[in-house]
Design a protein around this ligand. Sequence first.
Ligand code: HMG
Length: 391
Amino acid sequence: MTIAGIEALGLAVPPFTLPLTALAAARGVEPAKFTEGLGLGSMAVAPPHEDTVTLAVRAARDALQGIDPNSIGLLIVGTETAVDHSKPVAAFVHGLLGLPSACRSFETKHACFGATAGLMNALDWIRAGSANGKKALIIASDIARYGLGSSGEPTQGAGAVALLISTENLLVAFEERISGSFTKDVADFWRPLDSKDALVDGQLSQTAYLQALEGAWRDYQAKAGRDVRTDDFAAMAYHVPYGKMAVKAHKHLRGLEGDADGRASYAEKVAPGLELPKQIGNVYTGSLYLALASTLLSHPADLTGQSLSLFSYGSGSCAELFVGRVAAGAQARVRAKPWSALLAAQTVLDVPAYEALFKARDAQDVARPRVGTPGPWFAGEDARYRRYVEG
Ligand code: HMG
């Protein structure tokens, strides 16, 4: 049986970050509401020359180190903050990465679930034998925006996570061919075509997330044909719009098992996965995979051979729960990535500087100077076609 999984992970963040304590002070909010109430630390802030394409390319380059680009036969970019109504982000990324023309490439959308849809597609492509020995590159890339002064504002963020999917040298193997699914048409979060900011019913979005989690969990149990327990997993990675939501998610599952408290289990299985999200914020499609990367980076135990669960939620809504097994050496390989240096190199903004960058993004699609990011940057439109320039 062909076993497909994640061979490599790549991460990209924009060059700026805003501490949530500074945002709280500017908005007249008790800082503890953001740090403890929502479990937030900082949020990455994207300047106008950065977009979903530039983030995706940098994350992909990180994942593809030492990999022949000609080995990629499938490129899928999951995003809910695309740059064009017709041309997929994947097409720009394909060009900037110099991938072979013998490659299928497209974009997937379902709020934060988009990249998971891509991952499931890639796993099936390999297992069905359609890959013909090629690898898949799945990229989750987004810039989360709710609007200045909105209740969603502290839960913004920006970044991309790239997953190289193959059958060799795996970090995480997806041995099972089952996953738990849940879909429900719900008005918890959306973004009209003419709006750069997402609209959200915050309280509904939290109950919709938990309902989808329970639905996907029960579907996974039904397909597995046994009473799956949270203790079956050494670690559990959740979609992380903000840290407290993952706390609530885990508490919900533990509650189904009769553990009304759930804190000890959370500290062991979930907390290591929240380190990177706490520093970067909600990266929408990439949030679950940021939690996965963070788990491999920060979990104190040797996870070799252990099972971990992944829960993907996209508002609107669609959710999936699936299970992977950590390969030998995976944690060491992830710890060798240059991600702490990447985060340490971010410039810390004050609130006026963050607001200025936020407003500059409103004047979208005009030529603009680059502000220090290596890799491609968005240089504006030429005859209404987006131009990218290598930095
Ligand atoms: P809010 O109304 O400002 O906050 O919005 P709140 O009043 O609900 O308080 C938040 C928490 O802080 C509460 O804790 C308070 O008690 C606590 P809880 O009761 O929930 O455990 N609190 C304090 N704690 C300590 N000290 C204090 C203090 N004051 C209050 N002084 C909300 C919060 C998350 C709703 C808002 O930020 C929002 O709308 N965010 C965007 C939506 C979102 O992230 N939803 C999550 C689920 S949906 C999802 O994950 C999908 C998504 O990623 C999109 C996609 O799929 O594409 C969003």
